[in-house]
Structures are given as structure tokens and as C-alpha cells.
Ligand binder design. Structure first.
Ligand code: MN
Length: 130
């Protein structure tokens, strides 16, 4: 079973995401700020990182860039979670190294499907890139 690191500083969102993923049987790790996210990513080596963009100490895009620069973690799936996705944000997230993003508020009924759709899109992009 895949391990997912949830990085989220809002306890209500964290609980929502934890509940949805736990019900699906994923192994979970959690962090509440940018520094902790990096530390836990190194220690736990998650397959997927769900990262809130607005977190204390370092924003989600900064943490994503750090992870992409690490040899043993750069190939992980990283999905941004954001409350204020605006025109151009998708490009900004992808350029930082995110594989896609999910908009808040979290929809618990579609959350898993949204993650899967992003991973499928990434696989297709990589296949097309040869
Ligand atoms: Mn936040």
C-alpha cells in the first residue's frame, strides 16, 4: 500500500484528508509546516506528497523545489492543495515541480479520484515525452 505524506497546517482540513485516505487504507504521515514536511519526507520516504501551498516556515512550492532537488526523493508524486487557485497558478505549480493541484475546499467524495486523475495525467505526459 502506498504511503502518503499530508502537509497541512489547518487541523480541520488535515482531519478531513486523513479520514478519507485512512478509509482507503493508505499509510499516512503528516506535517504541519514546511520544515517539518521536508524532515518527514526524508524520514518516511512517502510515495505521494499532498502539500498545502500556504503553510508556515516555507511555502508548499518552496518545499516542492527542495524535494525535487533531492536525488532520492525527486521522483515522488507531489500534489499541491490550494485555496486560491488563479489563472496561471497551474503553470506556476507545475514549474515548481508539482504534478498537479487540488482546489480547496476539499470534496471528500471526489478527493481520491482527483488524486488518481493527476497521477494518470502525469503518466501520460511522461509517456508522450518519451
Ligand atoms: Mn494552509
Amino acid at each position: 500500500m502506498k504511503k502518503i505524506l499530508i502537509v497541512e497546517d489547518n487541523e480541520i482540513n488535515l482531519k478531513l484528508i486523513r479520514t478519507v485516505l485512512k478509509a482507503k487504507g493508505f499509510l499516512l504521515a503528516e506535517a504541519r509546516d514546511g520544515e517539518e514536511a521536508l524532515k518527514i519526507a526524508v524520514a518516511e520516504r512517502p510515495d505521494i506528497i499532498l502539500i498545502d501551498i500556504q503553510i508556515p516556515k516555507a511555502d508548499g512550492l518552496e518545499v516542492t523545489r527542495w524535494i525535487r532537488a533531492m536525488d532520492d526523493l525527486k521522483d515522488r508524486q507531489i500534489i499541491a492543495i490550494t485555496a486560491h487557485a488563479m489563472e496561471g497558478d497551474r503553470k506556476k505549480f507545475l514549474e515548481a515541480g508539482c504534478d498537479g493541484y487540488i482546489s480547496k475546499p476539499i470534496n471528500t467524495r471526489t478527493f481520491i479520484d482527483e488524486i488518481e486523475a493527476i497521477l494518470i495525467q502525469k503518466a501520460e505526459r511522461m509517456k508522450n515525452a518519451g
